[in-house]
Design a protein around this ligand. Structure first.
Ligand SMILES: NC(=O)c1ccc[n+]([C@@H]2O[C@H](COP(=O)([O-])OP(=O)(O)OC[C@H]3O[C@@H](n4cnc5c(N)ncnc54)[C@H](OP(=O)(O)O)[C@@H]3O)[C@@H](O)[C@H]2O)c1
Length: 278
């Protein structure tokens, strides 16, 4: 891992699973680590735990339920009011497929399909709201923790009002992150802000996997090694607009290469979140 001592790293969904391990490693390496979660007590517990484990205290907790765009706006405001630098933004928080057999269709506080809202829209808004600080901090990096579980978005039914299936909703939201990542990388060309998406590891030992699959096939450390590689390694420093299947650059689902689909997703996302832009 490249030296990230003194760098400011923001990780969403860092109160558990992969995000928490990435935060621990970054803290251990001397970074200023901004961790985000949706449960204040749990967040404070994680801060104490990581300080005790690493003997470092450059860690700050930010609370926001990503199922509310107002909370995402407040989160962006809170972070920008306290920091004038973000070197790496890791968009990691997500809701998985739900319980085994699938969840009922649920809506976010803004009335949007929940997985699309939390996994994609909230990160779209957060990233757009933090873009000026990321540009100011260049060279800087944006990393989308997506998944190999990708399914094309149905633009005639983005909110899945017709046939709903929670795992399909998850896979669509994970592909949405990649479409957004590819498009944003293009828009940021020449800015020295890179944007990449990744699949960390398959069936890591985390809550969302236990809940939906009931079996695991890899460790959180496997996934954290991949995030380290894409977010911090000198090897990936100049790569932008890529999708990594673990440590290797790979092809994402075909829809990610469809410029029209990417534009459409951008326009829809922008319209839905625009009342919450800073
Ligand atoms: N596990 C795998 O095998 C696997 C495979 C491919 C991709 N991924 C991706 O890896 C990333 C991390 O997943 P994980 O496996 O580490 O899952 P996890 O252990 O369930 O952790 C998810 C994190 O997101 C937070 N979160 C969920 N909903 C939220 C909301 N509405 N607002 C704010 N925070 C919210 C959770 O908070 P709480 O602590 O409060 O629950 C937790 O910190 C996800 O993007 C996932 O899609 C995982």
């Amino acid at each position: 891992m490249t030296s990230i001592a003194g760098k400011t790293i923001l990780i969403t969904g860092a109160t558990d699973g992969l995000g928490k391990e990435v935060a621990k490693r970054a803290l251990h390496a001397g970074a200023i680590v901004l961790i985000h979660g949706r449960n204040k007590q749990k967040g404070e517990r994680v801060v104490t735990e990581l300080i005790n484990e690493t003997n470092k205290d450059t860690i700050h907790y930010y609370n926001a339920d990503l199922a509310s765009l107002q909370e995402v706006k407040d989160l962006s405001q809170h972070i920008t009011s306290e920091h004038d630098k973000i070197d790496v933004l890791i968009n990691n928080a997500a809701i998985g497929g739900g319980p085994k057999g699938g969840a009922e269709r649920e809506l976010s506080a803004d009335g949007f399909e929940l997985r699309f809202a939390v996994n994609h829209l909230a990160h779209f808004l957060l990233t757009q709201n933090l873009l000026s600080i990321l540009k100011q901090s260049a060279p800087s990096r944006i990393v989308h923790v997506s998944s190999i579980g990708q399914m094309p978005i149905d633009f005639d039914d983005i909110m899945m009002e017709n046939k709903f299936d929670s795992y399909t909703a998850y896979c669509r939201s994970k592909l949405a992150q990649i479409l957004y990542g590819f498009e944003l990388a293009e828009k940021l060309e020449g800015s020295q802000v890179t944007v990449n998406s990744l699949h960390p590891a398959t069936l890591m030992d985390t809550n969302m996997v236990h809940e939906f699959f009931g079996k695991v096939n890899s460790t959180i450390n496997d996934g954290a090694d991949v995030v380290d590689h894409v977010a911090f390694s000198p090897e990936t420093e100049h790569i932008s607009g890529a999708y990594f299947n673990q440590k290797r650059e790979a092809k994402a689902n075909a829809q990610a290469y469809d410029k029209e689909a990417r534009n459409k997703l951008w326009q829809v996302s922008e319209k839905l979140v625009s009342p919450f832009f800073l």
